[in-house]
Structures are given as C-alpha cells and as structure tokens.
Design a protein around this ligand. Structure first.
Ligand SMILES: N[C@@H](CCC(=O)N[C@@H](CS)C(=O)NCC(=O)O)C(=O)O
Length: 343
C-alpha cells in the first residue's frame, strides 16, 4: 500500500518536472508575429521594485502615455508569478518588463524605451537629440545603461561589470536583497523557494536567497562567488561614474545632452535609484559632483517621481537601507564589500 502511494507521488513529481514550462530566450524588440490578449492599446507587465521596469515606467511617464499596468511579483519577493505557463506565453524569458502595444509584445527594456520614443510620443515631444552625432551617442549610452547577461558574467566578472553600467545592477543589489531577506523572508517563503528548485532553469536567485536567509550578510563569505562579485562593485561603479562625469562636463548639464532630457538620461534612472536604496551613493557623492547634481535634477522631474516604487515597497526599501547602514558600520564583511576589499 505505502509502496503504491510512494510510486504515485514519485510519478506525479516526475510528470510535473517533465511538463513544467522553462524560461527561454526571446528576440529583443517588437515581436509583430506574436499576438496577446489585451484590454488597452498600451499595457506594461512590470514589478514595482524592478529596475528595468522603472526605466520603462519613467519613459512612459515622461512621454505622458496612458497605459494599463499589470503588476507581477518576482522571485526576489517570494513569488514565481513570472514563471507560470500563463506568463511564459506573454514573455518566454519569464521576466519583466514587457511592453504590449496593440497586443504585440516588445521585449527588453532598452528596446522598449526606443520603441516608445519612435511610436508612442505625442506630437511635438521628443526624447532624443536632433543632432545625428548626439543621437548615435545616445544609443551608445542606452546600451551602457542596459542589463544584458552574457557568458562574460562568469568568465570575466570585472570586464562584465565594466562593459555596461547596467550590468552592475544585479551585484549592486546583493546587499539590498540580503537586507530584505533578513528583514522580511519567512519560513513559508523558504519552503516555497526550496520546492521550486527542480522547476526553474536559473537557480541563482533561489540559492542566493536561501543563503541570505540562513547566514545573513555572512553568506557573502560562505558562498564565495557571491562575495567575489560583490567586492567588484565599488570599482565598477567608480569606473562608470568617472565616464559619466566626463560626459556631463562636455554639455554643461543639467542633463547629458544639455537642456534636452533624453532616453540616455532615462536609462540611468534605475541605476541611480538602486544606488540610493542599496546605500552606494554616500561614498561617491563628493568625488563626482556633476553626477550628483545630475541625479538631483532627474529626481525633480515628475516623470521620475511617477516611476518610483509604490509606497509600501518604498517603506520596505528604506528599512533595508537603515539595516545596510548599520552593517556598513558594524559588519566586517559588508564593510569590506563597500570598500571593494576582498575578505
Ligand atoms: N534585459 C532584460 C532584463 C529583464 C530582467 O532580468 N528583469 C528582472 C527584473 S529587473 C526580472 O524579471 N527578474 C525576475 C527573474 O529573472 O526571475 C530587460 O532589460 O528587460
């Protein structure tokens, strides 16, 4: 009898494991041949904490485009809503954001902002410089602020982080995720996480969260790949801010191309925002006065304000920031990470 029941359970597990949909890559940009159910002309699948989503929300807000937002909770907040069969039909990559225009999805946030600028701006509004040379420079800066995973992330992490400022988003967020896990993760979420291990193709997030749950900041010492990557962050941020300081000097501000606020500026919004929540700014403010002034100018824009995380998440992130500040004073590992020292 017990053997039979055990056999049925194993069979059910193998069936679920075999048939469970796995995320796969997508073609960036507009996928005209895909048609999705939709209620509004413009829809955005997003998450309130997601950096890439914030970039697109900042762009839609600047453009004054009305859209229907569909919020999805991410694995980092304890849910696998972006990995369900239903969601993988919307985005086979299993990530947010996805911009949907008249039922056709546009994948990758850097492509989405270019698509908005080209197709959804109201008459008379522009989010790119007119000068062709500056336009080319804007495209290169959009690329710099994009988060694009390649094999370089594991083969040569320092080069990967220098390749694009956007590539630093994940590792610069590690301390924030650690604080969020320590403060808000509970046993039920841990069990749910562990039960998902056989079903997701990328287990990095699960392993990292469980390590933070068990060890707190000491996880950076226990899981060496995590600690090594985190220690590279200050040097990479410094490198990118140095470039940006030079770029800002060229055109005299307040924005990258002078008075015109463009997609290049919008691309950096989530990076600066994440530096704020993960408490990276204090150590760079004095060294990069033009970037600091630039970030202040961006923060005064209603488009930026509309793109911020919702009030509840903002409150959560502020509490996490306080814990990070405390760790920066009292925890040797976090101190070393923020100073870029290995341990
Ligand atoms: N290169 C993609 C990255 C998308 C991405 O990784 N999004 C994150 C949030 S910022 C996500 O959905 N993470 C959940 C997961 O990977 O399961 C883009 O720019 O749109």
């Amino acid at each position: 009898m017990w053997e039979f029941l055990f056999g049925v359970l194993v069979g059910l597990f193998v069936y679920k494991w075999w048939t469970y949909p796995r995320a796969k890559s997508v073609v960036p940009g507009l996928n005209k041949e895909v048609f999705l159910d939709h209620k509004e002309e413009v829809e955005l699948y997003y998450n309130t904490l997601s950096s890439c989503s914030q970039k697109v929300r900042a762009c839609l807000a600047e453009a004054g485009v009305k859209f229907r937002g569909i919020h999805k909770v991410l694995p980092s907040s304890g849910s696998f809503e972006t990995k369900t069969a239903e969601y993988l039909r919307i985005n086979p990559a299993g990530t947010v954001p996805v911009l949907v225009h008249k039922g056709h999805p546009v994948y990758e946030s850097h492509e989405q902002i270019k698509y908005i600028e080209k197709n959804l701006l109201p008459e008379g509004l522009s989010l790119s410089p007119k000068d062709p040379e500056q336009h080319a420079e804007m495209l290169s800066l959009i690329d710099d602020s994009s988060m694009i995973f390649t094999d370089e992330a594991s083969s040569d992490p320092p080069a990967f982080l220098r390749r694009r400022f956007g590539n630093c988003l994940g590792p610069m967020t590690f301390p924030l995720f650690c604080a969020k896990t320590v403060l808000y993760f509970d046993l039920t979420s841990a069990v749910q996480y562990i039960s998902m291990i056989p079903f997701v193709s990328d287990m990095k997030m699960i392993v990292m969260t469980i390590a933070f749950y068990i060890y707190g900041p000491e996880a950076f010492g226990k899981v060496s790949v995590l600690g090594k990557m985190a220690c590279l962050v200050p040097d990479a941020i410094d490198y990118h801010l140095q470039q940006l300081e030079k770029t800002l000097k060229k055109n005299n501000g307040p924005y990258i191309f002078g008075e015109d606020y463009t997609l290049a500026d919008i691309g950096y919004v989530p990076i600066f925002q994440r530096m704020e929540y993960a408490r990276w700014w204090p150590q760079f403010q004095a060294k990069y006065p033009l970037v600091t002034k630039y970030w202040k100018a961006i923060q005064a824009r209603p488009g930026y304000v509309a793109s911020k995380p919702d009030k509840e998440m903002e409150h959560t992130l502020t509490s996490c920031g306080r814990l990070i500040d405390d760790w920066k004073k009292n925890n040797q590992i976090i101190k070393a990470i923020y100073n870029g020292n290995s341990f």
